[in-house]
Each structure stands twice: as structure tokens, then as C-alpha cells.
Design a protein around this ligand. Sequence first.
Ligand SMILES: [Zn+2]
Length: 209
Amino acid sequence: MLDDERRRVVECAPALSDLTPGRTGNLSVRSDDRFAVTPTGVPYDGFDASDVPVVRVEDGEHLAGGMAPSSEVPMHAAIYRREDVGAIVHTHSPWATTMAVRRQELPPIHYMIVAVGKRVPVAEYAPYGTDELAANVVEAMTEAESTACFIENHGLVVTAPNLDTAIEDAIHVESLSRIYLQSLAGGEPTTLSDEQLETVIERFESYGQ
Ligand SMILES: [Zn+2]
């Protein structure tokens, strides 16, 4: 069941250890009405594909995989129920989490922000792993037209069509959060205009192999 997706979870999980302290991050890949997700309480390189839990989108039921799924699975399932996305990455990466505890959105201080939208909003706090938290995340992302958001006093969530993009975008948001927070030492930085961002979006659409 979901063999390719479970292999992708094993391959990509180590990327989380560069981003998030301890074992606090998690990621998932969707295939129709199910998704493969990192297991709870094990190092990111401490499991193989047969351990990777497979969970049903509809109710978060654990269908396969030798290990128990991440405690934040209800949030993943609830985002998949609301959004047609292929992968989710969640971290407590330090710079993004600093934005989250300041309850401050990330403005367009650098053109790379268009990887996720024109800004990164802040979703209202709710206890981890709850449907309420997922609703707040989806609401913030939809309102801001962004594929990333900070969660108040918690961390970062990024959605994408696939896992590679979700991880790459989580790294972009972490890096841009750091640049923004560092730049505040000299006062509030200048941001890019909507027109400047639109030009970058057009270029990105024609970029690639
Ligand atoms: Zn978390």
C-alpha cells in the first residue's frame, strides 16, 4: 500500500533534521484518499518503508505501517480534506518559529517569497494535532493566497503538489524568516511592490528544465 509514497517519506525525512530541533517536524505525501506520514518518536533516519504509517484522509485511521503515525496526523488529514495538495511539511524550525511566536507575518522582502505566495500569514493558535488547528491553517493560507503559514506560538506549515517542493519551500521560508528578522536590526525593511512580485511570478512560470 502506497509503496512509492512510503519510500519518499524515508528518503525525505532526513531533510527535516536540518530544519527542526529534535523530532518535532513531520511530513506526509498523499495518494488519493490516503497518505504516508513520518512515524512518531523515532529519529528521521531510524525507520524504513515498511515502518512508515499509511493513514486514511477521511478519518485519520492508521491503515498500514509498523510504527505509530506522528501526533500531528489529525492536522495533516484535516488539511488534505480541505485542500487538493500532494504533500505537507511541518517544522518547528527556529527562524520561522520566531515569526510564529511574534505572531508576525512575513512580508515580501525578497523575490524568492513567490515560491509560496506574496507573503506568509499567521494562523491562529489551536492545540497541536487538532481539526481546529487545520481549519485555522487552511483559512490563513487561503486568505493570503499562500502555500505556507506560521502557526501562532508553534511553527510552520507548508503545502505543495509534491514532497520535494514542500521541503524546498520550507527551507525558503526558514531562510527568508531569518533574513527578515536579521534585517529588523536596522529598522523595518523595504518590501517589493505587487507589480515587482507579479514580474517574478511570470518569470518563475517559464523557468525550469
Ligand atoms: Zn508541531
